[in-house]
Design a protein. Structure first.
Length: 259
């Protein structure tokens, strides 16, 4: 699963380089697809019934599953981009959130950047916990413990998932505490951890397009995701070029390359 993970990461790198006020979300979709194709992969999002794009692009109050189109990005927008690749029947899945600069609204930009930063850090805390966890649902505890003091809302209707031959597999990966311990963490487990966090109330609705999930209160959202493998020698973040070394270093966790 290393190859599709790196292709997914490459697609998000390409989006990051192309992201600017004035770009359309469909233009971001095109650069992501080109990056995946260059690495010998294909979009696994296009294998989802009824979905026809390489990425999901969710802007401002849209949390996840936004459909790329002719929307023109504006200064100050917060944009979450989810992407995935399939190579030789194996899948990768990851997401990043970006905040476009706006010198005329520094407070708005700072508020949204903090939301994104907290969401990203909660993801790394979840991954770090996975490295030592006995049971999978410890990941959600670590994520909630970090987000809760900031006063943000965590989506509960949408969670992470296992990933392998299919992009979405069992088991679910919660971003918050649940009663059960969840499955045992052992070599062979590969999961997509993806906190979805909002400035306000976590209640959402699905727009008329049948895909886009948006906050009911209209406040901004952030979404970060990595696919992570547990193997006999440790963990490896498949959708990070360095295996997660930089993100995990503050927690004293050193990822180990597979094989």
């Amino acid at each position: 699963m290393v190859a599709p993970g790196l292709a997914t990461a490459s697609s998000l790198d390409a989006v990051s380089a192309a992201l600017r006020a004035g770009a359309t979300t469909l233009e971001l979709d095109a650069v992501a697809e080109a990056a995946i194709t260059e690495r010998g992969g294909h979009s696994n999002f296009k294998l989802e019934p009824g979905y026809h794009h390489t990425i999901c692009s969710s802007v401002n109050e849209d949390v996840v599953h936004g459909i790329p189109g002719d929307r023109v990005l504006q200064p100050g927008d917060i944009v979450s981009v989810d992407s995935g690749a399939i190579i030789d029947g194996w899948n990768g899945d990851a997401a990043r959130t970006f905040v476009l600069p706006d010198p005329t609204r520094p407070e708005l930009v700072a508020e949204r950047q903090k939301l994104s930063d907290v969401t990203e850090q909660s993801l790394w805390r979840g991954i770090a916990r996975l490295a030592t966890a006995r049971h999978l649902n410890e990941v959600g505890e670590a994520i909630e413990d970090y987000i809760e003091p900031h006063g943000y809302g965590i989506l509960t209707d949408y969670v992470g998932h296992g990933i392998g031959r299919s992009m979405h597999e069992a088991p679910p990966v919660f971003n918050y505490r649940v009663r059960s311990k969840g499955p045992e963490v052992k070599p062979g487990l590969v999961v997509a951890i993806e906190p979805m966090v909002v400035l306000g109330n976590p209640e959402t609705f699905v727009r008329d397009d049948g895909w886009t999930v948006a906050t009911e209160d209209g406040l901004a959202a952030a979404h970060w995701e990595h696919s992570v493998a547990v193997h006999k020698d440790g963990i490896w973040v498949l959708t990070a070029a360095d295996g997660g070394a930089a993100g995990l270093d503050p927690f004293g966790v050193t990822p180990v390359a597979i094989g």
